[in-house]
Design a protein around this ligand. Sequence first.
Ligand code: EPU
Length: 302
Amino acid sequence: MRVEDSKLRAELADLGVEIRSGTSMAELTSLGIGGTTDLLRITRHESICELLALLERNQIPYKFLGGGSNLLIGDGELPWIILQLAKPDPEIVIEGNLAHVDAAADLGRTVTFCAKHDLGGMEGLIGVPGTVGGALRMNAGAYGMQIGSYVREVKLYRAAERRIEILRGTQISFEYRHTSFAPDDMMLAVTLELPSKPFKEVLQGIRICNEKRRSSQPLGQKSAGCIFKNPPGASAGRMIDELGLKGLSVGDARVSDRHANFFVNAGQASAKDMLTLIADVRRRVENAFGVKLEHEVVVWDA
Ligand code: EPU
């Protein structure tokens, strides 16, 4: 979808929105898959309410993109524009045990930045690609920890109220890869409260998690991390592996040889290839184990 009207483009510019016309979503997602649309980069949080009202008045549908690392976007010309927060400077401000982090900040950079200020707790998230906003919305977790445990406060655009609000961590429920945020809420910033830990100790934890991840996940390949959630008490990766499905392909979409719950784009995979592969694996798991796997990856199909 294209924003062509020159009056509207001028109004957007007045709100501090940068328009990148005809952006390929394949370049903005870790899977390297996705069609084309206009990308609107938001440079001022305060302009969001006005921006969304303007888009609604002009009947322009939109989606809100974080770091694009847990996302499968459809092929071709997309029927909505994409909104994304531009990174402010600074992205992170430390105040004692609190880290005030912009939602657009890179998650890995945030973990190491906090480590350098002798703050730990988030070591498990090292190596998880994406933004802090995306991690927060999904309650990203690994190696026994989840980001939700450290959330003191969240600044967000509340779609239902059409305004920017601040929620305390205790007002939000954080579950396994799920939060109580509404689907159209937009994460803007978070304050994390982290335990004090000497830099060297945090670094040691980071090294261990990095090593575990390197040895079990296909980090050098284009993927969206795990495709399915783990069902209670079971492992989606192990089930897919037990069925001998590593290497199963549709076009260039392929079940990783290293971790069976990672599906990689081994070349020029389309969204259609990837969705066909996902549906096929899901059906085989259901036939063999009677378990309906739930998507962990977010799908925006046109
Ligand atoms: N396994 C296999 N074959 C495989 C993959 C895994 O047999 O191909 C077995 C492993 O040997 C292990 C068990 O399955 O006994 C679990 O595997 P692993 O430790 O790799 O963890 P996982 O449950 O597959 C979860 C998260 C990952 C996170 C890791 C580490 C989900 C869906 N996945 O994976 O998160 O990095 O634990 O904590 O919760 C993601 O969310 O995208 C993601 C990758």
